[in-house]
Design a protein around this ligand. Sequence first.
Ligand SMILES: CC(C)(COP(=O)(O)OP(=O)(O)OC[C@H]1O[C@@H](n2cnc3c(N)ncnc32)[C@H](O)[C@@H]1OP(=O)(O)O)[C@@H](O)C(=O)NCCC(=O)NCCS
Length: 168
Amino acid sequence: MSLEISLLDSKKHIRDTFSCGEESLDDYIKRRASQELKKLISTTFVLTDSPDNIVLGYYTISAYSVDAAVLDDALAKSLPRYPLLPATLLGRLAVDLSQKGKGYSGRLLVDSMKMALDTSKRIASMALVVDAMNNDALNFYLKYEFRQFKNAPMKLYYSMSDIGKLGL
Ligand SMILES: CC(C)(COP(=O)(O)OP(=O)(O)OC[C@H]1O[C@@H](n2cnc3c(N)ncnc32)[C@H](O)[C@@H]1OP(=O)(O)O)[C@@H](O)C(=O)NCCC(=O)NCCS
């Protein structure tokens, strides 16, 4: 058995028992992720303990743009003054309740950062952005040193240049 993060394969990955404690995130992986992947709306990567195909956690990622007006001054001052700036959205991240406390969310987060960084070398993106759905999610991302956007405290980012410095 070994942990693996791979592109969702609806024929292979078992998701019907997934439960992270947040109904909308359970519903997404069970019913919507595969459709949104096919329609190129959002890409889902799943964590499994290979060769077992049960989904233990997942994240979704997609292209995004950020309104330059919500950037904090520290980031804005180093960027050109375009109204919209290219970014990458980490739309969802969840771990099954049965797997809590094993550090799987950290693995998924690091994988999403690597994915965003690698992709940004071909398709420019200046930050990985997350929308925290509640205070728990907000505290989770703050713990991992995401920064809040100005006037939009539930929207956070990690600049791509800082991700590059992590040496992932
Ligand atoms: C948040 C979630 C992804 C964490 O999953 P997990 O891997 O089981 O989390 P762990 O218990 O292993 O914690 C990993 C680290 O994050 C921290 N953490 C977890 N939840 C946290 C929270 N709400 N606030 C602050 N830190 C948090 C833990 O303290 C731990 O830190 P440590 O490694 O320094 O001890 C999971 O609980 C989940 O799926 N929740 C519902 C969905 C959700 O809120 N997703 C996030 C935003 S979309």
